[in-house]
Design a protein around this ligand. Sequence first.
Ligand code: PLP
Length: 394
Amino acid sequence: MAAINTHYGELEDSYLFYNIAQKINAYLAEHPDRHLYRMGIGDVSLPLAPAVIAALHEAVDDQAEAGTFHGYMPECGDPALRQTIAGYYALRGVRLSADEIFVSSGASDELGDLLDMFSRSGSSLVMEPAYPAYVDANVMAGRKLIRLPSGDHNGFVPMPCEEAAADIIYICSPGNPTGAVFTRDQLQAWVDFANAHGSVIFFDAAYEAFIEDSDIPHSIFEMDGAGTCAIEICSLSKTAGFTGTRLGYTVIPKTLTRDGMNLNEMWVRNRTTKTNGVSYIIQKGAAAVFTEEGQRQIKENIAVYKKNAAVLTEALDALGIWYTGGKNAPYIWMKCPDGMGSWEFFDLLLEKVQVVGTPGAGFGACGEGYFRFSTFGDPEDTKEAAARLTALLR
Ligand code: PLP
């Protein structure tokens, strides 16, 4: 009989989005004519930028002619795209060589796959409330999980402490679900801590493009010493609407070593064994994101989401409700009013004002009593949701 990975049996069932869907379906069955204001989705709603669409069409045409046809692409990414992404980092003063950048099919794939390079008997630190994939990927791998809770006392930005000395430390900034960001000093403290303990930071920069405060770091590699303790995972999903198109990139510096092994070289070996690269067409589309025109267009889309965020945060400010996020992140993480629980507040919003968000309890125990709004929705719906929230909670 085939012995299987029994750690899958240790996964907790994720009821979050299932429960939300069940509640919505039940509500709509009873009130079929009601419109719902959906502020729960983590997916983008605007289409790809015209520059990306043009590049994708061109790439499809390339595949139609023998002279321009591309077969297998290099497993670690098209060298030209890797160079382009290195150029994007250079704009912020981060110097990387093209072969420190690995083109991927997205951040989720990488967040799990990177664990391949680490001993299964190691530990991982997850700061909660957390993006659920961090926890589940580590449970599947059979690794020891250390949960570091956070709360409004530290603005949902936990700082190093002795129990945080794990082999791998996940940091997400700007954060999902909290929208909280680490300042330069806070991130430097984690880099110093990781170097002192031999930990490796997995820095999830999926939302870096939403940062607007000039003193908030976009990349862990803006910190001194990150080259010896960090891997950065990034994605065009939210930056450029690639959730259904799929492209990300991972940075592994050549200076990152553990146990006499070089992690950049290990990852080359891993990718060349376990993948055959991202498709030519998608890499061509991704390259267009980094052109002047592409950057202007994706920023126009991000501005739409930011306007949604401003509409919601203005409403919360007027109501005197505590929250994080919204400014440098597409998520707003609010404290439920009157000591209400996350699900209780979910039910109240659905029943009374037909606004749908995400209960914070679904992102870890310390998320109880909080609620997440996404700003990726329709602008008119967002305005109406803010007005309804104000009328209900005033
Ligand atoms: N990391 C975080 C924090 C996310 O919120 C998400 C998606 O919602 C991802 C990673 C996954 O990104 P991708 O679409 O590139 O797999």
